[in-house]
Design a binder for this molecule. Structure first.
Ligand code: ZN
Length: 134
């Protein structure tokens, strides 16, 4: 089943036939600021398998290793790509037409979470997945 989604105004639309993996709720400061939200749900697909079917996002570097993209028309965050894992691309789950298809399985960067955010409902990693549980 193809996953479809895009930015809030529809100027950029994507689809992927890949199965989403690494579905997580990220609490890192960068995600929080980029989305102006307390945490961001992400899923990952092979970068080569994410296809833009309308428009294309604008790109900026949020840190030396990290490229993030967004809709230049409405500002919605669209992708995250780390140079160390360039064959993968992360997409915010709530940009999907059906966000339930990529429900988070864990919390990442819980060490940076806001005090009023709860992380006791799923496994919580203090940094990225595999760098140790909270
Ligand atoms: Zn993050």
């Amino acid at each position: 089943m193809a996953l479809t989604g895009g930015c809030s105004c529809g100027a950029v639309r994507y689809e992927t036939a890949a199965a989403p993996f690494h579905c997580t709720l990220c609490h890192c400061v960068d995600c929080r600021r980029v989305a102006a939200a307390p945490a961001v749900a992400w899923f990952t697909v092979p970068a080569a398998e994410l296809r833009y079917v309308r428009g294309a996002p604008a790109v900026h570097r949020s840190s030396p290793q990290v490229e993030r993209s967004f809709s230049a028309a409405c500002g919605s965050p669209l992708t995250y790509r780390n140079d160390a894992y360039a064959h993968e691309i992360d997409v915010p789950g709530c940009s999907l037409d059906e966000p339930e298809l990529a429900a988070p399985q864990d919390h990442t960067w819980a060490s940076q979470k806001l005090r009023w955010m709860r992380v006791d409902d799923m496994p919580a990693y203090s940094r990225s997945r595999g760098e140790g549980r909270e």
